[in-house]
Design a protein around this ligand. Structure first.
Ligand SMILES: *Cc1c(COP(=O)(O)O)cnc(C)c1O
Length: 391
């Protein structure tokens, strides 16, 4: 029995490695239409190229980002690899400019793969006083003439919000392409393609799948030429997501808005509790007026929310007292808030900043929270009680 004979409203999981093509004519058509949107259900060839369950999940992401193309990959990292590789032209490749505060795994990829193994000419652009200086950026672009600029909408762990429309304007003026990692903002808060960003990527492992149980990434765009190049890269390098993960993702994406709205609300409320507590020295949350990039966040996110991430620093006389208090806080909340190195999970989870970003932020009192969508009363109670006990 064939799936189309069943009155199911959902795309099932197609685990076929290769699809039946029946005759030479259909085979030729399938290969001819391989990178087109107007292929038919009988045009599937091989699951590493394209798979109906994966396409169905990609269509959900296209609706979220409001774009013509979305390509799912096995991880955020493979989405990043695919996105940058669109612009690699062998020995002809012009320099690439990466903003310095991007995800640590992305920096490691840039250093150990792009620079060390592929020999690309890599440069970084640093923030000054917790924001990116756009006049300085234009100077750097004029002297470096980069092919591409790589940015994140919200940085990690200091939650610097990038002035994406201004960055894109400067980049376009000087003929650079822009890739943006939108994992922290999500398409709910911000849709960068509307501001002229060329390629948007997400670690779907985080908010889009939202349950800490799928590893996936996605590349979104509207430019047919760039996206066809991405399809080719994903196919030949084998970055395709599995149909089983795509199926679970499609189910979980249906609750994305509900989950993320609640994560933003919980984070906003928790940031105020942290900020007003005497055991806390400082709080970084883009929704707070005191955050260095609050005004950019207001402009970009149009008051819809400020994300689910908070970083805070515990008060203490010196580094060793702060470190002791951090360890005590982590053990006091452990029943409810676990130390898990990811983000966007259903429950609030935490990471000690110094253990991960110690080279940049050697602050023993700093903790990064990924705020979940659990009952806020439980969260508030857990955090307030633990802070009260810090001495
Ligand atoms: C986690 C993360 C990635 C990497 O994604 P994986 O799914 O772990 O491969 C990339 N960018 C950001 C901002 C992330 O948080």
């Amino acid at each position: 029995m064939k799936q189309k004979e069943i009155n199911s409203s959902r795309m099932p999981v197609y685990r076929d490695a290769g699809f039946e093509l029946f005759n030479a004519e259909l085979t030729a058509e399938a290969f001819r239409l391989e990178t087109e949107h107007n292929r038919k259900p009988e045009n599937y060839i091989y699951s590493r190229y394209r798979n109906p369950t994966v396409v169905s999940a990609e269509e959900e992401i296209m609706k979220l980002e409001g774009c013509n193309w979305a390509l799912l990959t096995q991880s955020g990292m493979s989405a990043i690899d695919t996105a940058v590789s669109i612009f690699q032209k062998g020995l002809e490749t012009r320099p690439w400019l990466f903003f310095s505060e991007i995800y640590g795994g992305s920096i490691s990829f840039v250093e150990s793969i792009l620079r060390k193994r592929r020999g690309l000419d890599i440069h970084y652009f640093m923030p000054v006083d917790s924001t990116y200086n756009l006049k300085e950026l234009e100077k750097v672009i004029i002297s470096l003439k980069p092919e591409l600029i790589y940015i994140e909408s919200v940085s990690n762990p200091m939650l610097i919000v990038s002035d994406v429309p201004s960055i894109v304007r400067i980049a376009k003026k000087h003929g650079c392409k822009v890739i943006l990692d939108n994992t922290f903002a999500t398409p709910f808060l911000y849709k960068p393609l509307n501001d002229g960003v060329d390629i948007v990527i997400h670690s779907v492992t985080k908010y889009l799948s939202g349950h800490g149980n799928i590893s996936a990434g996605v590349i979104c765009g509207n430019d047919d030429k760039l996206m066809r190049s991405a399809i080719e890269y994903r196919k030949f390098i084998g970055h395709m997501i599995s149909p089983d993960d795509a199926y679970r993702l499609e189910t979980q994406i249906r609750t994305f808005h509900l989950r993320f709205i609640r994560q933003c609300e919980n984070a906003s409320a928790l940031s105020k509790i942290l900020d007003s507590h005497h055991a806390v020295n400082k709080v970084w949350y883009p929704g707070m007026a005191s955050h260095e990039t609050h005004s950019i966040a207001r402009k970009l996110f149009r008051n819809k929310g400020y994300g689910g991430m908070i970083t805070f620093d515990l008060a203490g006389k010196n580094k060793s007292e702060k470190g002791r208090r951090r360890d005590k806080f982590i053990s006091l909340v452990a029943e409810q808030i676990k130390l898990i190195p990811t983000l966007g999970d259903p429950h609030t989870i935490l990471m000690p900043v110094e253990s991960v970003w110690g080279a940049k932020y050697p602050e023993p009192g700093m903790i990064r929270l990924s705020v979940g969508f659990e009952d806020f009363e439980i969260l508030q109670d857990t955090v307030a009680k633990a802070l009260d006990k810090l001495k």
